[in-house]
Write a protein that binds this ligand. Structure first.
Ligand SMILES: *[C@@H]1O[C@H](CO)[C@@H](O)[C@H](O)[C@H]1NC(C)=O
Ligand SMILES: *[C@@H]1O[C@H](CO)[C@@H](O)[C@H](O)[C@H]1NC(C)=O
Ligand SMILES: *[C@@H]1O[C@H](CO)[C@@H](O)[C@H](O)[C@H]1NC(C)=O
Ligand SMILES: *[C@@H]1O[C@H](CO)[C@@H](O)[C@H](O)[C@H]1NC(C)=O
Ligand SMILES: *[C@@H]1O[C@H](CO)[C@@H](O)[C@H](O)[C@H]1NC(C)=O
Ligand SMILES: *[C@@H]1O[C@H](CO)[C@@H](O)[C@H](O)[C@H]1NC(C)=O
Ligand SMILES: *[C@@H]1O[C@H](CO)[C@@H](O)[C@H](O)[C@H]1NC(C)=O
Ligand SMILES: *[C@@H]1O[C@H](CO)[C@@H](O)[C@H](O)[C@H]1NC(C)=O
Ligand SMILES: *[C@@H]1O[C@H](CO)[C@@H](O)[C@H](O)[C@H]1NC(C)=O
Ligand SMILES: *[C@@H]1O[C@H](CO)[C@@H](O)[C@H](O)[C@H]1NC(C)=O
Length: 450
């Protein structure tokens, strides 16, 4: 087939389509003039129920009016321009579609079905057995089921007072609110309620409530644990006091107060060891044959120092030239002292606690000084830096001295021996005027080893 042939074919198809549209439009337009109705329109129904759907039209000669739905349906009647169906087991939201023909033109119409159901469970989580007054209490409500969720609200209540109102979100939905428990909350009833508001859909406001839970509160007024000074100077007197309300027995650091309702007290002269010492107070109260207790703790700070522990700061150090070393020295005190070590004379500083390379000029005496607002404490450190070849020099020196001694000794022994031989010779000659010179080497030999 030639391309022109193809083109001609395409033109013919278009022409036929146009003709079809021209000839069929009038009856179709007429069909559209008579819409299909679905009744009820967008109904809201209780879950599991059944209802009647009526598809109707004013078309004079309608055909094949039917209902499309995923729900079980049963035709219950029809007449001119209508057909009715019974739908059952409506458990979830769905859509139904009516369709039919009017003058050969299809008509359709739909209706959205919304299902509502009450929550299966509305429950307030258990409350603590005893709630301390002045502490936060968290109420937690769980809601299982309930639809449509967009119209479901959770309300948390104290008696009839609304504490919070929240949309139900999640399955199960959880709503929480935190309230500060007060003295008035003792024996108050807390509960939670759901509200399914379908008033805008022509239905009512449906409420479901949880079982109420009664709160029991207890108050201690504390216990209040006090220090006469939270930061005491070393050597000063500190008083620790613990007090609580009437009927409350307090125990301070294990020592009980004389009687319930009485404060417990403790006195001490602050020493360095008391810095950061914790004092704890345990308050107990008997309510309804139940012992309730609560504790508090407080920390004492003692101002002292500065001090340097001799054990934590070696006073004699021997290091080799050009090696890396750390000068370990620690100071303590409150407030924390600053520690610096300076070479006496040069006033050059050496780092403390961090590695550094020593050189011969580091040899010397150092003043390590801890300074804080409470004074100064000094420790003297002697640092001895040895040259790298010191050992080699010592060995050479020893060898040289030994060699020297051996040589001298050998030389003297030789000279002495020569002199002895001369003596004999001279004696044989009968001469007596040389004995003093012959003694000199003898004395030298005697001195040699000393
Ligand atoms: C359905 O609707 C038509 C038209 O409104 C009405 O004549 C007919 O009685 C209805 N059928 C039922 C079963 O309600
Ligand atoms: C109680 O909770 C609120 C926040 O919900 C918080 O601001 C407050 O500090 C809490 N109070 C106590 C005593 O814990
Ligand atoms: C119920 O939900 C519908 C659909 O989301 C919404 O249009 C309507 O405002 C809601 N009514 C109430 C009272 O919340
Ligand atoms: C709470 O409920 C109990 C029993 O239902 C009732 O005896 C009590 O009076 C209620 N408390 C308050 C503060 O209403
Ligand atoms: C919830 O409340 C409705 C009426 O508001 C009631 O018919 C239904 O039984 C209640 N559901 C439960 C689980 O209590
Ligand atoms: C604890 O300290 C507060 C304030 O510093 C003071 O009002 C109170 O009387 C003290 N309580 C005791 C038991 O010392
Ligand atoms: C005191 O208590 C604090 C925290 O409460 C703790 O960090 C500290 O280690 C305690 N101090 C002593 C000396 O036990
Ligand atoms: C406080 O006292 C109660 C009752 O004597 C005891 O059970 C509890 O262990 C104590 N708590 C502390 C922290 O000492
Ligand atoms: C107070 O008691 C509670 C438990 O009763 C415990 O967890 C806490 O560590 C105690 N605190 C002090 C400071 O003793
Ligand atoms: C040693 O000498 C070097 C320079 O050669 C100098 O940087 C250093 O501060 C000196 N150290 C001491 C402790 O004298």
């Amino acid at each position: 087939m030639s391309p022109s042939g193809l083109l001609r074919g395409a033109c013919r198809t278009t022409l036929i389509s146009l003709l079809l549209v021209c000839c069929l439009l009038p009856p179709g337009a007429q069909g559209q003039k008579f819409p299909l109705r679905v009744e009820p329109q967008n109904p809201v129904l209780p879950a599991g129920g059944s209802f009647l759907v009526n598809c109707s039209t004013d078309c004079p000669n309608p055909k094949l009016i039917t209902l499309e739905t995923s729900l079980p349906k049963k035709p219950v009647g029809n007449g001119l321009g209508w057909a009715a169906f019974q739908l059952s087991s409506v458990t979830s939201d769905s859509q139904v579609l009516c369709s039919g023909f009017c003058d050969g033109f299809q008509m359709t119409a739909s209706s959205d079905i919304t299902v509502y159901r009450f929550p299966e469970r509305v429950e307030l989580a258990p409350l603590p057995r005893w709630q301390p007054v002045g502490e936060n209490l968290t109420l937690r409500c769980q809601v299982a089921g309930g639809a449509p969720r967009t119209n479901l609200t959770v309300v948390l209540l104290r008696g009839e007072e609304e504490l919070s109102r929240q949309p139900a979100v999640g399955e199960p939905a959880e709503a929480t609110v935190t309230v500060l428990a007060g003295r008035d909350d003792h024996l108050a009833n807390f509960s939670c309620r759901t509200e399914l508001d379908l008033r805008s859909r022509g239905l009512g406001l449906f409420q479901n409530s949880s079982a109420p839970r009664q709160l029991r509160t207890f108050g201690f007024w504390g216990p209040i644990l006090n220090l006469s000074e939270s930061s005491a100077s070393e050597g000063t007197k500190v008083t620790v006091t613990c007090a609580a309300g009437a009927r409350v027995q307090v125990t301070l650091d294990g020592v009980p107060a004389a009687a319930p309702g009485q404060p417990a007290q403790l006195q001490l002269i602050a020493t360095e060891r008391d810095d950061r010492r914790n004092f704890s107070c345990n308050a107990t109260l008997e309510v309804d044959r139940e012992i309730l207790h609560r504790n508090r703790s407080v920390q004492l700070r003692v101002l002292y120092g500065p001090k340097i522990d001799q054990a934590k700061c070696p006073q004699r150090l021997t290091w080799k030239d050009r090696t890396t070393n750390v000068l370990r020295c620690q100071a303590r005190g409150n407030p924390d002292p600053e520690l610096h070590c300076f070479q006496e004379g040069s006033r050059n500083e050496v780092p403390v606690g961090i590695p550094f390379t020593v050189m011969l000029n580091y040899s010397g005496t150092y003043s390590c000084r801890a300074v804080s607002s409470r004074g100064t404490y000094t420790v003297t450190v002697v640092m001895n830096v040895q040259g790298r070849n010191a050992r080699a020099v010592t060995i050479v020196m020893v060898v040289l001295v030994t060699l020297g001694l051996v040589t001298t000794t050998a030389a003297l022994v030789y000279v002495f021996g020569l002199q002895k031989r001369s003596d004999i010779y001279q004696v044989n000659q009968g001469s007596t005027w040389l004995p003093l010179t012959s003694r000199q080497p003898e004395e030298a030999v005697g001195e040699g080893p000393s």
